[in-house]
Design a protein around this ligand. Structure first.
Ligand code: URP
Ligand code: ZN
Ligand code: ZN
Length: 472
């Protein structure tokens, strides 16, 4: 069956133009003006924008943390993604098994039957030895072409600088991309001990014990390691003005380093952590200051930063109180675990469904980003950087027909009811939005139609990625 989407305005990373799109099966077959296909089902998209489905390069679904688990699993999180116009997500594999292969296989055994949009995987490298060094080059056989390393979480996730250098070098030699969580683990450990000893237990101390300077120096340190390893690097969840400055410095000197920020760092500050319900905003790295927000927006507009992901990692605010999800009561321990100690608050927040609608109104609507920059940052660039382009992130003949019909005139008061995350709060509750996804197609199949969910668990595909993706 053919589907013809007529008279829409296509928004790509390069251009905005009027055209019809013909979909045959799972892919885009043609793009042109006044296409006529006698037997096709026709959707009139006049007055609507047509965007490539969002690509979120940073989500944590069903992630065990702090004695609980992130409350969106691979079904509920990908359903929420779809409602927000995102049709591809990339999740992380924890290195919790004897081999990397087993870790990837275990995650896929859970996720493949649940995902409702397409997904890929990054591999966390949190333990490094000769065996791991020998396994990294085999990751492309598993469809995995990116690794994440950490300069924080001492004794749990952190690698030493020499180990990060070796990971970078092996990754670079094999066409893989290393991603970095940039904070200073040593300083954080000292500040946390001192804060607890002084009786400081409230959420704002989460930010006060993770200073921005630690992130700034870790970005510079890792960029220097990447330069010495001759390998590309991608800094995840950038949150501080100084990080943008360091990224700019390294890029100007030809270091192949790229950066991602997330909506929470553009819209919230440490003041939110001081609210009575401040635990809702606890994530790592923490939200910062208005000056940091300003520099991040500049970095996006100037091309210093390449992507906006989400770091979606939701928890309940009150995990003692069930909510009803698809007719069933669900309660998962959450932020209340840290009510007497900020170090016990599970780190992370809901975001995957919020990303496109909130950024459209407060990024494009406010004039900070053009529509094409919005598409580049949230879809095309992540697809390119992570080896999915032009299958994903593009509106070309041959691309997967992951398409969002976007109503630029739809106004709504946003919140939890729209976002569809499986958690009991939304950070943007009551925000006024203008512009919203109307229909979402995954490989030619309509999965969101207004308020209606037409998708299904297991309909998403695992995306095997190829090494050698470009540095932007
Ligand atoms: O608070 C966060 N970001 N949780 C997820 C883990 C990470 O470091 O990205
Ligand atoms: Zn991280
Ligand atoms: Zn993360």
């Amino acid at each position: 069956m053919s589907l013809l989407i007529k008279s829409g305005t296509l928004v790509t990373a390069e251009d905005v133009f009027s055209a019809d799109i013909l979909i045959e099966g799972e892919t885009i077959a043609a793009i042109g003006v006044n296409l006529h296909v006698p037997d096709a089902e026709v959707i009139d998209a006049s007055g609507r924008l047509i965007l490539p489905g969002g690509v979120d390069p940073h989500v944590h679904l069903d992630l065990p943390m702090a004695g609980t688990v992130s409350s969106d699993d691979h079904y509920t999180g990908t359903k929420a993604a779809a409602f927000g116009g995102t049709t591809t997500v990339i999740d992380f594999v924890s290195q919790d098994y004897p081999t990397l292969r087993e870790a990837v296989d275990r995650l896929r055994a859970k996720a493949d039957q649940k995902v409702a949009v397409d997904y890929g995987l990054h591999m966390n490298i949190t333990r490094f030895d000769e065996q791991v060094a020998g396994e990294i080059p085999c990751l492309p056989d598993l469809g995995v072409t990116s690794l994440k390393v950490f300069t924080a979480y001492n004794g749990r996730l952190r690698l030493q600088d020499g180990e990060i250098f070796q990971v970078l070098r092996i990754a670079g030699q094999n066409g893989l991309l290393t991603m970095l969580h940039a904070e200073n683990g040593d300083v954080i450990e000292i500040l946390i001990s001192e804060a607890l000893a002084a009786g400081h237990t409230s959420p704002e101390w989460h930010a006060r014990t993770r200073p921005a300077w630690g992130a700034v120096e870790a970005v510079m340190r890792a960029a220097a390691l990447a330069a010495q390893a001759g390998a590309p690097l991608y800094i995840v969840h950038m949150n501080a003005a100084g990080e943008v400055d360091m990224l700019h410095y390294a890029r100007q000197r030809g270091v192949p380093v790229m950066g991602e920020t997330c909506p929470q760092y553009l819209f919230f500050t440490e003041d939110d952590l001081r609210r009575p319900d401040g635990a809702k905003w606890v994530c790592s790295p923490p939200v910062r200051t208005p000056d940091d927000q300003e520099r991040l927006w500049e970095g996006l507009a100037d091309g210093i930063l390449q992507t906006i992901g989400t770091d979606h990692c939701p928890f309940f605010y009150n995990g003692n109180q069930p909510l009803v999800y698809e007719g069933q009561p669900v309660a998962i321990p959450g932020k209340e675990l840290g009510k007497d100690d900020f170090t016990k608050i599970p780190n992370g927040l809901p975001a995957v469904g919020d990303r496109l609608p909130v950024l459209w109104t407060y990024g494009v609507g406010s004039g900070r980003l053009t529509p094409s920059q919005f598409v580049a940052l949230t879809s095309t660039n992540p697809a390119k950087i992570f080896g999915l382009y032009p299958r994903k992130g593009a509106l070309f003949p041959g691309s997967d027909a992951d398409i969002v019909i976007w109503d630029p005139e739809r106004s709504l008061k946003y919140g939890r009811a729209h976002a569809m995350h499986r958690t009991d709060y939304n950070l943007y509750e009551g925000w006024e939005l203008k512009g919203y996804p109307e229909k979402v197609f995954l490989r030619g199949r309509l999965i969101v139609d207004g308020e209606h969910w037409l998708g299904q668990a297991g309909a998403g595909k695992f995306l095997r990625r190829q090494p050698g993706a470009p540095t932007l």
